[in-house]
Write a protein of this length. Structure first.
Length: 150
């Protein structure tokens, strides 16, 4: 037995139409609120990342004491520092004798950040990087590392 709205009284039709509009408006407001919350969360994460990167850029080159520890081999620098910070490298690709591309998956951003600082202290320089959020508190990164020449 199909529902026929024309069989209802005008008052009942208006009531059903009003309820439908109310439900639609409520749902739309909920979706907009959810999107705004997600946007705010992403803005805060972006500001944190920018402030950390600004901090990395502000460190003078002459501050680190271990700068020449791995001055001859980018591979040793990447592998030794990643083991020290417990970063599991998915893949590496040498770009030339003094630079390397490194892929890291499912790592805590703070651990990745600390690893990049350690590499900078040991004579590495981040030339390019691409970081994407993968899961809650985890990121995937693609980093181009260059061995600094003194």
């Amino acid at each position: 037995m199909p529902f026929n709205i024309n069989k209802l009284s005008n008052r009942e039709q208006i009531l059903i139409l009003s309820m439908t509009v109310l439900i639609f408006v409520s749902f739309t407001i909920y979706i907009i609120s959810f999107i705004n919350d997600q946007n705010e969360t992403l803005k805060k994460e972006n500001q944190n990342i920018i402030s950390r990167l600004d901090y990395i850029k502000s460190i003078p080159a002459n501050v680190s004491t271990n700068r020449n520890l791995y001055s001859d081999n980018i591979s040793i620098l990447v592998n030794s520092t990643s083991k020290e910070k417990k970063i599991q490298i998915e893949r590496t690709q040498p770009l030339n004798e003094n630079s390397m591309m490194v892929w890291v998956n499912e790592v805590n951003f703070i651990d990745l950040y600390n690893w990049m600082i350690l590499m900078g202290d040991q004579g590495g320089e981040i030339e390019k990087m691409n970081i994407r959020k993968s899961k809650q508190d985890k990121v995937n990164a693609q980093i181009s590392i260059v061995l600094k020449t003194n």
